[in-house]
Every structure is written in structure tokens, then in C-alpha cells.
Ligand binder design. Structure first.
Ligand code: UDP
Length: 323
């Protein structure tokens, strides 16, 4: 028995948890384009079937609605497991603190167990949040981070840190072929308009002529990577023999105020900035050091900020006009 019943097994099979999410759905498209079959698993807590509706009828794709904090039963062979399920925006993990901890802990354990039982390669979506409010800048993979375990962001940061520890334990103890990607701020089509992250928040506000909600004085920095670049880096990492964590992101750093100014200019809105209190433990700076990805994966981002933002604005414009 196989999830792809009555089909000859000529193609490799990938499992993507969080398959209906922003990154999971883009990763799925990349894997299908590479000639793999994909089983998407998602409990739709923050994912949305809209992100995968274009795959309806695709013989190489299956979707299973399931919460991976519970045991995962999947018949047939599996070659890759990609664990991308998790609430991922600060307001999402503040709203769902316990599911966030559980998917990072039990979800990681269950997906590792699935990979082990199938002899599959495993890749976990980790995050720049493992560096917390970093005291080393830009962040290199050998930096251990500055994380408040009991603050509101701790549910995400510590879940991902635990997930990395669990992944390395399966690698060392069970000799599982594992990879860890530390994902820095990524943006693009299929982000949720209301997920609270700065990219959809500012674009949505600008397009609706509302004030841009800048937290703090806007001097904190982020470095934004377009989704297609991130997915290409992850695809290469999955096929590499690199078991230690690798940063994937775009080092193009800017302040949040500069980012707001760019969105105002690019949307042509007359929106102003509305300064609000800075959330607790909001990192002051963030920028990936991508030397490792360049050297080991021959990867670096290609999409410019102007190109990526233009495409993202187009996406949100058509999303808003269809509402
Ligand atoms: N931010 C903001 N206004 C918003 C949403 C976010 O000024 O409406 C700021 C937030 O405080 C942070 C940065 O933008 O400094 C990036 O926030 P985001 O939620 O996108 O992700 P983070 O990088 O904090 O995980």
C-alpha cells in the first residue's frame, strides 16, 4: 500500500508538514517541479488550502489534514521528510503558544520518527529566532544566541531550539540523514495578510490607505529574503551532506522605518507612520551571515528587494480586490 495507490513508484516521495502554509506550499511547488511526489500534511491552524488549490487533480500530490503533534501513519515509501509545520508569526505564536511548543517538540519527534522508520532524509525548518535578540551581528551559525526562555516569544524560540537538539540527537544516535535550515525573514505571495508580520502588515495598510503601524521607533533592523530564493537554498540543502545548521536569508539589512518608507514609495500611498510600543523581546538587529550557504551550497539570493516587493505588492493587490 502506498498513499499514491495504483501508481508505479518511479518518482521519489516527499512529505511536507505545514504543506498548506506560506513556505510549505512554495516548497511543494519546487519539489513537484523537480519531479518528486509530495504528500502535504497540515492541520490548517495557520495554513490555508487556498495555497494549494492549484494542485487539485495533480497525480503527484496528496493532501492530508492532520495535526503532526499526533502520531503520523503513512503507508508506503518516503524519501524526504520536510518539517515545516508551525505557527510562525509573532502574533500567531502569541495566540497559539501551546500548539507552537507542541509542534516544535512532539511534531519534530513524530516527523523524525517517520523519517527513521522510512529511512528518509529529514530537513527541519528552524529559524533566526534561535539567535534571539542577538549580541553577535551579523549572525553566524556558531553563535548560540540570546534568548529569553520565559518571554512571550520563548514558545517559538525554545521550541525551535529543542527541535534542533532533537534533530541532532536523531542524527548522532540513530544516524539519520538530517539537515537544519535557519530561516531569516522571508516574504512573498501567499503570506497571510492578517498574520501580523511586518511585510503583509505594511503592504496591506498602505494599499488600504491606513497608517503603517511601526513598532518602537523603527530603528530595529531586519533583512528580507524573497521566497523563491529561500526555497532554492532549502532545496540545495536537502540534497547536500551538510548536517549542521545553515543560515538561509538575504543579508540586505534595513531598519523597519526604512522598510516602511520603501513600502510607502512603492505603493504610492499617502499613508503616514503610526508609532506603537515595541513588543517584548523584539530583536534589535537581524542579518544572516550566509558564508556557509555560499561555500557549501553554492547558493546566494538573486531576487532584488525591488523585484520581490513589486511581486508581493501585486499579490496583495489582487488578493484585496478579490475580497
Ligand atoms: N513590526 C512593525 N509593525 C508591524 C509588524 C511588525 O513595526 O505591524 C516590526 C516588529 O516589531 C519587528 C519587525 O517589524 O521589529 C519584524 O517583525 P515581524 O513580525 O515581521 O517578524 P520578526 O522578525 O519580529 O519575527
Amino acid at each position: 500500500m502506498d498513499v499514491f495507490t495504483n501508481q508505479k513508484r518511479t518518482k521519489k516521495t516527499c512529505v511536507v508538514t505545514g504543506g498548506a502554509g506560506f513556505l510549505g506550499s512554495h516548497l511543494t511547488d519546487r519539489l513537484l517541479a523537480a519531479g518528486y511526489r509530495v504528500v502535504g500534511i497540515d492541520n490548517l491552524l495557520t495554513g490555508n488550502v487556498r495555497n494549494i488549490e492549484h494542485l487539485a487533480g495533480n497525480a503527484d500530490y496528496r493532501f492530508i489534514e492532520h495535526d503532526v503533534t499526533n502520531f503520523i501513519y503513512l503507508p508506503g515509501e518516503v524519501d524526504f521528510v520536510f518539517h515545516f509545520a508551525s505557527p510562525a508569526s509573532p502574533i500567531d505564536y502569541l495566540e497559539y503558544p501551546i500548539p507552537t511548543l507542541k509542534v516544535g517538540a512532539h511534531g519534530t519527534h513524530n516527523t523524525l520518527g517517520l523519517a527513521k522508520s522510512k529511512g528518509a532524509t529529514y530537513l527541519i525548518a528552524s529559524t533566526s529566532e534561535v539567535y534571539g535578540d542577538p549580541l553577535v551581528h551579523p549572525q553566524t551559525e556558531d553563535y548560540w544566541g540570546n534568548v529569553n526562555p520565559i518571554g512571550p516569544r520563548g514558545v517559538y524560540d525554545e521550541a525551535k531550539r529543542f527541535a534542533e537538539a532533537m534533530t541532532m540527537a536523531y542524527h548522532r544516535f540513530h544516524r539519520l540523514d538530517t539537515k537544519i535550515v535557519r530561516i531569516f525573514n522571508t516574504y512573498g505571495p501567499r503570506m497571510r495578510l492578517e498574520d501580523g508580520r511586518v511585510v503583509p502588515a505594511f503592504i496591506g495598510q498602505a494599499l488600504e490607505g491606513k497608517p503603517l503601524t511601526v513598532f518602537g521607533d523603527g530603528s530595529q533592523t531586519r533583512s528580507f529574503c524573497f521566497v523563491s530564493d529561500l526555497i532554492e537554498g532549502i532545496f540545495r540543502l536537502a540534497h547536500s551532506d551538510c548536517h549542521d545548521p545553515v543560515n538561509i536569508g538575504n543579508p540586505n539589512e534595513m531598519t523597519i522605518k526604512q522598510f516602511g518608507e520603501a513600502i510607502i514609495a512603492k505603493t504610492g500611498t499617502d499613508s503616514q507612520m503610526d508609532f506603537r510600543p515595541l513588543p517584548v523581546d523584539d530583536p534589535q538587529v537581524r542579518q544572516p551571515d550566509i558564508s556557509k550557504a555560499k561555500a557549501l551550497l553554492d547558493w546566494q539570493p538573486k531576487v532584488t528587494f525591488d523585484e520581490g516587493i513589486a511581486e508581493t505588492i501585486r499579490y496583495f493587490k489582487s488578493f484585496l480586490s478579490a475580497r
